[in-house]
Design a protein around this ligand. Structure first.
Ligand code: ZN
Ligand code: ZN
Length: 268
């Protein structure tokens, strides 16, 4: 929908001014989503700190200097993401992608399956990219920026070095070239991705115990695990799931106990 609007705008007037307007619209949309979701996550954390303090993952409070830095780095990431989203839109216009605008073009089954499939591919890509940027030649110049927060707040969801920001979503460029995706599903997948990033950086664990006890819950990554990654630098490299961490032995040995402690009322 949004992609089609931008596409028709550019088709109507393929002038630099329209590219600039399109880029500005994309930037504002990505910035707005980040601002709304991160603020909501941070506010939820403040409420939990008051009503369910045992859900707090580290006792240290977030400093205003930390939050300012997380927001500043995230705004740079928003600018980088704008470039990549703009590139995907231009590729779509040039017929270089498999993005489609008729929701049932590939049937209802694929319409339902494509978001989980895209997220699983992103999850696998992210795990290996994340392990790579933890290695010595890459960590200091690239990934250190994200790890400046050893107890991240929700505003750290996009706090990456610009090069890491490119790496974060670069996989979507080849993905949309080969895997048919309905344009709205692509937008929805990016929204799920941001939401999960905010959840991972909340500083509080909010996944209900009943969900964590299901097969799906056991596969899903948890805020407690990602907070533990920021604290230890060594374990829990996953994004949406722990599939790859479990398969490759990189889940922290006490990850599950940490989740358990953070979600159990002290008197419960
Ligand atoms: Zn890391
Ligand atoms: Zn993180």
């Amino acid at each position: 929908m949004f992609l089609s609007v931008l596409q028709s705008l550019s088709e109507a007037a393929p002038k630099p001014v329209w590219y600039a307007v399109g880029a500005l619209l994309i930037l504002l949309l990505i910035l707005l989503r980040y601002a709304v979701l991160s603020s909501a996550g941070y506010s939820l954390g403040l409420a939990l700190g008051r009503w369910a303090p045992w859900r707090r993952l580290q006792p240290r409070p977030f400093s205003s200097a930390q939050i300012s830095r997380e927001i500043r780095d995230s705004v740079v990431t928003v600018i980088v993401f704008t470039g990549i989203v703009g590139l995907i839109i231009l590729m779509k216009q040039a017929g270089l992608t498999a993005i489609y605008d008729d929701p049932l073009h590939y049937g209802a089954v694929w319409l339902v399956l494509q978001i989980p499939v895209a997220l699983l591919i992103h999850d696998w890509y992210f795990y290996w990219m994340h392990r790579l940027v933890h290695r010595p030649p890459f960590f200091e110049p690239i990934h250190r920026t994200h790890h400046l927060s050893t107890n991240p707040s929700a505003f750290a969801a996009f706090a990456f070095h610009p090069f890491e920001a490119i790496l974060e979503i670069a996989v979507f460029v080849p993905l949309v070239m080969v895997m048919p995706m309905y344009s709205v599903c692509l937008l929805a997948a990016s929204l799920v991705s941001l939401s999960y990033n905010v959840y991972g950086h909340l500083g509080y664990e909010i996944m209900p115990r009943w969900l964590a006890a299901t097969w799906l819950g056991r596969l899903l990554n948890k805020s407690a695990y990602h907070n533990q990654h920021h604290r230890t630098f060594r374990y829990n490299f996953g994004l949406y799931t722990v599939i790859w961490d479990r398969l490759h032995g990189t889940l922290h040995p006490e990850a599950e106990q940490l989740y358990d402690r953070a979600t159990r009322r002290p008197d419960g």
